[in-house]
Design a protein around this ligand. Structure first.
Ligand SMILES: [Zn+2]
Length: 427
C-alpha cells in the first residue's frame, strides 16, 4: 500500500462521495419514510433493519442489540413496551485499534402541525430533502454509513477499525438507546478510542458539549372552596404565582451569567428557565385546590444542576416557613449534567483538519443548547475524545418543514470519511 498524502486522500474521498450522492439521498429518503416517532417509538425495528441492511451492503459486520422486556418500563417509561433495537456495524482494518465509533439516533419527534409538505414523503426540491428527521438526524446516519462506503469504494486501506451504530430514543433521553449500549459496554474506554455523535449540529461546526438539563414538576396545594367565598379556601394558583415570582426575583439573578463557551444559538449562552406546562383549576366558581407546573431549566457548563435544584427546594422551604398555608412538592423528571470536552484532542484536530480541507475554511466550535447522547459517552463511559459532528442544520430540528440541504449531506460524509481515515491511520 503506498502512502497517500492527505490532500490526495481528500480529493479521492470527495470524488467518491460525489459519485455516491444519488444513492445516499435515496437511503436518507428510505429512512425519513419510516415514521419513527418518539414518543412512543413506532417502527423502530423497521428502521433499524433498513440501516442494518445498508451497513451489510457496505461490508460491515452487523449486530442488533435489543433491550430486554423487563428493562423497558425503566429505560423507556413512555415507550408503550415497544421494542428499542440498536444496530451496530463494524469494519475492521488491519488492526483492532485505533477504533473510531460513529453513532446517531434514528428516532424522531412527532411531526406536529404546520407542514407544507407531507412530513414522511421525503420530497426532494431545490436541493433540499424535506421530512421529519431529515436534519435531526437521519442525515447524520446516512452520512456516517456513506463515509465508510466511500472509504471502501475509494480503496483506502485502514489501519484501525470503524464502528457505525444507530440507536433509538434520543428524543426521550436516550436511556434505552445509546445509554443502554454504554451500560452494556459496547462503548467504553477499553474498546473505543474516539466517538463521534452525528447529531445535527451544523456541517461546519465541531460541537464540544451541551448545556445541562433540569426538568422539574412543581406542585402547590391549597384548599377547595366556593369561588364566591375564597376566604374559606386556599388558592393553589395564587401560591404558585408567589413561588414563580420568588423564583424570578430571588433565584434567577444569581444565575445571570454569560457562558464563555460557544453555545449556539448565542441567545442560549446563559441559563434559561422556561415554564412549559401548567395545570390547575376545576370550574370557574371553585377555588383551585392544586396547581402543577413543569419547568425546563437549562444550565450553562459553568453551572451546577444539583445546586440549581437545591436552590429551588431551599426557596420552597423558606416560603413554607413564612407562610404556613404554602404547601408544595417538587418532583424531578430528569436531570443531566452539562457536558464539555477539551478542544485540543486528536479527534478534534482530525475534524478541524478534515473540515478545513473539505470546506476550504476553518471549522467553528459550538456547544449545544440542549442535551444529547454525548452525555453517555463522556459522563458514563468516561471517554473524553467524543465530539458531536453531523450535517443537519441545528435550527431546523423539531420544526415544521424540517429539511436537509443535500450539499451539506455530502459535505458531512466527506468530512467524516477524511477524519476517520486520519484517526484510524493507514495500513
Ligand atoms: Zn437529534
Amino acid at each position: 500500500m503506498n502512502r497517500l498524502r492527505e490532500d490526495e486522500a481528500a480529493r479521492l474521498i470527495s470524488d467518491t462521495v460525489d459519485s455516491l450522492g444519488g444513492e445516499m439521498v435515496e437511503f436518507l429518503q428510505e429512512l425519513v419514510r419510516i415514521p419513527t416517532e418518539n414518543p412512543p417509538g413506532r417502527y423502530y425495528p423497521e428502521c433499524a433493519r433498513a440501516i442494518g441492511r445498508k451497513m451489510e451492503e457496505v461490508g460491515l459486520d452487523v449486530q442488533y442489540v435489543d433491550v430486554p422486556g423487563e428493562l423497558l418500563p425503566v429505560l423507556a417509561p413512555h415507550g408503550e413496551a415497544l421494542p428499542r433495537p440498536s444496530v451496530i456495524g463494524k469494519l475492521a482494518g488491519s488492526n483492532m485499534r485505533p477504533l473510531v465509533h460513529f453513532t446517531g439516533h434514528y428516532d424522531v419527534v412527532p411531526a406536529g402541525d404546520g407542514w407544507s409538505v407531507d412530513p414522511y414523503a421525503a420530497t426532494v426540491r431545490d436541493g433540499k430533502l424535506y421530512g421529519r428527521g431529515s436534519s435531526d438526524q437521519k442525515s447524520g446516519i446516512a452520512a456516517q454509513v456513506f463515509a465508510i462506503k466511500a472509504l471502501r469504494k475509494a480503496g483506502l486501506d485502514l489501519g484501525g477499525t470503524i464502528v457505525s451504530s444507530a440507536t433509538p430514543d434520543e428524543e426521550t433521553g436516550g436511556f434505552a438507546g445509546l445509554g443502554y449500549l454504554v451500560d452494556r459496554g459496547f462503548v467504553s474506554r477499553d474498546n473505543t478510542d474516539y466517538c463521534v455523535i452525528t447529531e445535527c449540529l451544523d456541517v461546519d461546526k465541531i460541537c464540544l458539549g451541551h448545556r445541562g438539563t433540569l426538568w422539574l414538576e412543581v406542585e402547590t396545594r391549597g384548599k377547595q372552596s366556593h369561588g364566591s367565598q375564597p376566604s374559606e379556601g386556599v388558592n393553589a394558583i395564587d401560591k404558585m404565582l408567589d413561588l414563580l415570582y420568588a423564583v424570578r426575583h430571588e433565584i434567577l439573578p444569581g444565575y445571570n451569567i454569560v457562558s464563555r463557551h460557544p453555545v449556539m444559538p448565542p441567545a442560549c449562552r446563559k441559563n434559561t428557565l422556561t415554564v412549559t406546562m401548567i395545570e390547575a383549576g376545576i370550574k370557574v366558581n371553585m377555588v383551585p385546590p392544586l396547581c402543577r407546573v413543569s419547568l425546563d431549566w437549562r444550565l450553562i457548563p459553568e453551572q451546577n444542576v444539583e445546586g440549581a435544584k437545591e436552590s429551588l427546594l431551599a426557596l420552597c422551604r423558606k416560603m413554607e416557613k413564612k407562610d404556613p398555608e404554602f404547601k408544595w412538592a417538587v418532583r424531578e423528571i430528569m436531570s443531566v449534567k452539562p457536558t464539555l470536552v477539551r478542544d485540543d484532542t486528536d479527534v478534534v484536530k482530525a475534524f478541524q483538519g478534515a473540515g478545513q480541507r473539505i470546506l476550504g475554511r476553518p471549522m467553528d466550535f459550538s456547544v449545544s443548547p440542549g442535551s444529547d447522547d454525548q452525555k453517555f459517552v463522556v459522563q458514563k463511559a468516561g471517554l473524553e475524545q467524543c465530539i458531536v459532528y453531523g450535517p443537519g442544520p441545528l435550527v431546523l430540528a423539531h420544526k415544521a418543514d424540517e429539511f436537509q440541504p443535500i450539499d451539506d449531506l455530502l459535505t458531512g460524509a466527506k468530512v467524516m470519511a477524511l477524519a476517520a481515515w486520519k484517526l484510524v491511520g493507514v495500513h
